[in-house]
Design a protein around this ligand. Sequence first.
Ligand code: NAP
Ligand code: G4F
Length: 325
Amino acid sequence: MTENRVALVTGITGQDGSYLAELLLSKGYIVHGLIRRSSSFNTARIENIYQDPHELNRRLILHYGDLSDGISLAALVAEIEPDEVYNLGAQSHVRASFDIPVYTSEITGVGTVQLLEAIRSAGLPTRFYQASSSEMFGATPPPQDENTAFYPRSPYGVAKVFSYWITRNYREAYGIFATNGILFNHESPRRGDTFVTQKIAKAAARISRGEQDSLYLGNLFARRDWGYAPEYVEAMWRMLQADEPDDFVVATNTSYSVEDFCQFAFEAVGLEWQKYVQVDENYFRPTEVNDLRGDYSKAERILGWHPTVLTPELAKIMVNAELLS
Ligand code: NAP
Ligand code: G4F
């Protein structure tokens, strides 16, 4: 029974946080979300589930906080006594992590131990989900699974490796139910505008409407295993309902290049991508992850999870959403 269970979600204003909050609310959870104080609104993705603080018996409650602020994280965990904590908050942009490596390490890496310490010091049987990433595999060739060696290729990837291991360490050292979801790229109409799939999907739609002439991209040959975000948050939830804490790869076991994604997206509006896409080396990364393809058989065996939306359909979903906007 999940009715009235209490969850805390960091990164609730992000792509995954917004879908996860919807899923948890639909299951009867009381959802607490950590949001950053910002001079402009950063809650667009959760507008459809937002509840005014004056509403009685709210099931979605937002709290200001930051993964760099361990003292307030500890106070929040002690106050709300969550059954489940989902740590989705991060500086999540790989290219940006080369520009702001120390900040990325503090939030995407050390932020995780700040939260784990908050849970440990509260002394509650809270279950913890860590948003680990296929970026940790980096230069290790596909297919990648739970036993594949990590070889991160960015400050972001390095920070995620730290978070992965500190999550395992708190599981082994303190018996905390702490689980790593090693998620491969997952996208949706809520994807941030500077990630490559959304950049391509929006450009294809805008070019078809005559609102944009061309699209500048970086490395067209990188290959990714792109799945559909709403399906991936279901996997997160299932991980925390399992009998034991563990580590799980969530992916589609397919891989396509950036060029392929351009083809799928421009096809959806009846255009040839080659006529509009230009390469701008400013988008190249100092070190690149060339090829990711995840073997999700452990998640299928233990959690009963498998993907249904693959990359070609995903591209259409994203372009169509933009056309309707
Ligand atoms: P996203 O859309 O970029 O969302 C990131 C969230 O983290 C936002 O809510 C952001 O808040 C919040 N955040 C940033 N800095 C923070 C800080 N200092 N303190 C507290 N919160 C902070 O990312 P996503 O795609 O939903 O991904 C969710 C998580 O999964 C991230 O940890 C990401 O690294 C990881 N992941 C993602 C993928 C993927 O393909 N999407 C794959 C593997 C792992 P603002 O809204 O205020 O910026
Ligand atoms: O869309 P991307 O920026 O995603 P990336 O670097 O794979 O990271 C995403 O997935 C990770 C999981 O593996 C997450 F952990 C992470 O938080 C994030 O969600 O880039 C995908 C590929 C890269 O190889 C990049 O070099 O697309 C290539 N690319 C080519 N042109 C571009 C562009 N990427 C971006 N962002 N912008 C471009 O113009």
